[in-house]
Design a protein around this ligand. Sequence first.
Ligand code: PBG
Length: 331
Amino acid sequence: MSRSFPNTRMRRMRAHGWSRAMLRETVLTPADLIWPLFVTDGQVIEEPVASLPGVSRWSVENIAKRAREAVDLGIPCVALFPNTPSESRSDDAAEALNPDNLMCRAIKAVKDACGEDIGVLTDVALDPYTSHGQDGLIDESGYVLNDDTVAVLVDQAIVQAEAGADIVAPSDMMDGRVMAIRMALEMGGHHNTQIMAYAAKFASAFYGPFRDAVGSGDRLKGDKTTYQMDPANGDEALAEIALDIAEGADSVMVKPGLAYLDIIWRARQRFDVPIFAYQVSGEYALIEAGAAAGAGDRDALLMEKLVAFKRAGSAGILTYHAPVAARLLSR
Ligand code: PBG
């Protein structure tokens, strides 16, 4: 008997709430979420980020409170990003290697407050520390130098691991950095420090509010197209992911999120490591702005988008909506 009307009525299974719940294919939980947090120096407790309504930079002390909030909400991991003071930014990003920098103090504060209750993910890239806002060291023409940058990223990752980072996440898109970082971590005795590689990171227009939050936006000259990927390329994304896995990445990331679900799906078919999606700042801001302008119910909009990442095959999602979503999920 063929599957046809009226033997088959697809609506039969949608007719009741219990049936819809029983047949739901994808279930989002707070454990799927990673919460990105911005840290700022000094005594200010909370500094709202204008282009990210509802998101603030927090002092080191308050970052620990946010991490505790994450634990209480069932969120297993926070991602930290520093807004380095202007006077500590330089062409050579030396502050990235200072074991007492804002990032390291924030890592320690979270680990002191929460210990094993939460994972701390740290961004490995130089943009919050360079005077020019690029993710690496530049030559006279402004070109970002690959191998010279990798040497600094390795030291940066070690400094973060020594401060207590559980997952180092290179977001710089230099070639060969995952292998170099893995080797240095092994040699430094950090065998259990994970690497989540921003493997397929696109040169995106959706990063604007993040650059405001870490203070690199106004400094940035030019763009990042000589290292981040062309949004038109899917096969190349798979090649990037394959390389990072071969170099020792424990998990990989696709970034931004919603416009790149096909990359997540394709990577999921081909590789056996966990794939994370980063729903980036511009995506968050669009949902907030859209809801404020009457485009839809904010909570419904954001939950629909988050479940889509999981349906597409991601193991988890970095999202600024993490605390809001976790609260909605625990209702
Ligand atoms: C820095 C970095 C960026 C983001 C995460 N790490 C910005 C960039 O590459 O310019 C963007 C995150 C977001 O927009 O939420 N290497």
